[in-house]
Design a protein around this ligand. Structure first.
Ligand SMILES: [Zn+2]
Length: 354
């Protein structure tokens, strides 16, 4: 493992260590991202644009089954297409319509429609083993005239998911990666739950309809891990890595990423809900293991890693806006998430035994 990891460290150093010089497009003059947030193959301003667009007033707080949700869904699908992700319907994997996976759920007695968005990247070395990267794109909609923009919660996570997908669209991953922008998380993790139930029902079958891809995947696809991004805006300067506690390979990855990111813009921390945190009145009663979509995977015994920040004064208020995001902390968080997935993707398959 140590050799593998040190090779990966070298790759990471090569990829991230250079001083990038950006030439900003004229129509993005508001983007003043520092050069040390260079992402290979993904202009940081694009990531800021994703965050800004998804948390804009036009999206009306992205509540399930609303016009705002449709706009957000369309935007994410546009990005998936331009990145070159495969619509899951073409792979015959899940009961989806193109990139969309539509489902019904009960919300306080009202039948409500949700819509996950799924995009697939084929792995080079382990095509039949998949990393599931989740980030919920729904939020709380509007309250009276106030728009709950949900910039940190969770336009930030979706922007991070897109940045990861852009990286791997150029340097293909070893494992297959399925990107799932989930809906109806705020109403009770409904999108993630439906996704996994549907996955289980489909993968009970011995073979898959993979005729439509060049190199068919002929073995059942197995989920190796869930990586969930929720509230990575860095609002209080912390990014917590929750889950995968006992896995030595992951601990090495965490140390590597921490060293690379430093402490200037964001502080990376292991675990969530520590004694230190429980003194915080806002977050004292939260069981972070169950706080977002990763809980659905955790309950099935699937290894998970949840990247998220603290609760803060803007949480679930109309002040969770782009203006209250520290762009440096957010970009550092996205970079940390990307580096983590690159390193996880470099692990041999057996190291996922958590
Ligand atoms: Zn959230």
């Amino acid at each position: 493992m140590s050799n593998t990891v040190s090779n990966l460290v070298l790759i990471i150093a090569l990829l991230f260590g250079f001083e990038a010089k950006f030439v900003f497009a004229q129509n993005r003059t508001s983007c003043d991202v520092k050069a040390d947030f260079a992402f290979p193959f993904n202009h940081p301003c694009q990531t800021l644009l994703d965050l800004t667009t998804l948390s804009s007033d036009t999206m009306q707080g992205r509540a399930p089954s609303t016009q705002g949700q449709q706009r957000a869904s369309n935007y994410i699908i546009e990005q998936f297409k331009s990145i070159g992700l495969l619509p899951v319907s073409q792979l015959g994997l899940l009961d989806t319509d193109g990139f969309k996976q539509v489902f019904q759920y009960d919300h306080y007695g009202t039948a409500t429609t949700g819509e996950n968005i799924l995009g697939f990247q084929r792995g080079q070395q382990y095509p039949n083993q998949v990393l599931i990267i989740t980030a919920h794109y729904d939020h709380l909609g509007t309250k009276g005239k106030r728009i709950m923009n949900g910039a940190d919660d969770n336009a930030s996570g979706v922007a991070g998911l897109l940045a990861i997908a852009r990286f791997f669209s150029v340097l293909a991953p070893n494992y297959s990666i399925l990107y799932v922008a989930t809906d109806a998380e705020e109403h009770g993790l409904h999108g993630a739950r439906y996704f996994l139930e549907n996955w289980n029902s489909v993968y009970g079958k011995p073979s898959l309809n993979t005729d439509l891809i060049d190199e068919p995947i002929d073995a059942p696809i197995e989920i190796k891990m869930n990586i969930n991004l929720d509230m990575i805006g860095g609002t209080k300067g912390n990014l917590y890595f929750t889950g995968a506690r006992k896995n030595q390979a992951f601990l090495a990855i965490f140390d590597t990423v921490t060293q690379q990111i430093g402490r200037k813009h964001i502080r990376l921390k292991r675990g969530h809900g520590s004694a230190r945190l429980s003194r915080d009145a806002l977050s004292g009663n939260i069981d972070w293991r169950n706080a977002s979509d990763h809980a659905v995977f955790r309950k099935q015994g699937i290894p998970y890693l949840y990247l998220g920040g603290d609760l803060h004064d803007f949480y679930h208020t109309s002040d969770d806006t782009i203006d209250n995001i520290d762009q440096n902390a957010f970009m550092a968080s996205v970079k940390a998430a990307l580096m983590t997935v690159i390193l996880l993707d470099g692990l041999p398959s057996q190291y996922f035994e958590f």
